[in-house]
Design a protein around this ligand. Sequence first.
Ligand code: FMN
Length: 361
Amino acid sequence: MRIAHLDFGDRPLFLAPMEDVSDPPFRILCKRYGADMLYTEFISSGGLVYDADDSHRKLDIYEEERPVGIQIFGGEVEQVREATRIVDAVGPDLIDINFGCPVKKVVCQDAGAGILRNLPKMEAITRAVVEEATRPVTVKTRLGWDDGSIRILEVARMLEDCGVQALAVHARTRKQMYKGEARWHWLRRIKEEGGLRIPLIGNGDATTPEKIKAMFDETGVDAVMIGRGAIGNPWIFRDAKRYMATGEVPPPPSWEERLAVVCEHLTLKCEWLGERKGVLEMRRMYGGYFKGFRHASRLRMLIMDETTRQGVLDVLLNFDPNAPDVQVAVPRAVRKAVPAALGATLPTPSRVAERPAALND
Ligand SMILES: Cc1cc2nc3c(=O)[nH]c(=O)nc-3n(C[C@H](O)[C@H](O)[C@H](O)COP(=O)(O)O)c2cc1C
């Protein structure tokens, strides 16, 4: 499967763009476990054009992530055009336009899935991005606004005519938000009836190795994009590839492997965001990482009391998931020492583009 000059081989697995999740630390871990393509979370065109520090930080991409796409959203043609120039200069492998976000504050600006009610504007935005970008442009969208307005076959052809080089479809309508089942039969219809030359990336409910394989088998999509199934579970890419190659799902990672990855994730977050913010933002991730383990909620409570990286590492490394009783915090004086190397095994990534000096306060 190819997107323009990028060759992904057979049945590639893409990490979905996810706000507050698909940041550089998480992307790097997913890449290590086999993700073939990574995307940033969506970035506001307005934020980029008006120099919002937060939006510019999201442009950070690293050499070792490649191929990586930067996703933008916006509802004003000229603003999205200007944002494309900014994003293009950062050097991603492709630029993705978000026409799928269902959140009210986005759709009411005609952005995200809101544009599904205004196809002429969708076309104008897409043409502007394709004109302005010096790299391939892709789109991620949904089936339609609601059940009464599914026009994805027509939309797919229109986007291809605009010069889009791949299309990712989350097989739900905007009205469904994240509820109900993703309607994979629409993916099959796009493949069979869409008459597209560009690749189709299937998305929605491909949350286990079995479901990932089933999406390929049942719909004929060229790639599968994985979102929620990867949160706290970057191993899903490795496991799905092994399952597709051998028919066997590997056993879940051991506590030790999980712990090593969590510690590394935490360290990378702290490197990227600074210690305070990194420790706080990492709190959202533990639920996924420790799902199914005994005493997981107790462990999360213990971590919530910690505000430093070292404190969290201490808690993690002194926790025994096999202990018969619910554990209390191990007193600091008797905690095991954290090995110096743990959590610092990744080389410092080389940033592709420095943020503009004005933004580095
Ligand atoms: C926490 C979260 C944040 C998301 N943020 C984005 C985003 O920034 N851009 C986007 O195109 N989709 C976003 N999505 C949607 C996912 O990319 C994906 O389409 C959706 O979760 C369905 O795939 P899944 O069933 O594999 O999770 C987000 C989803 C979640 C759960």
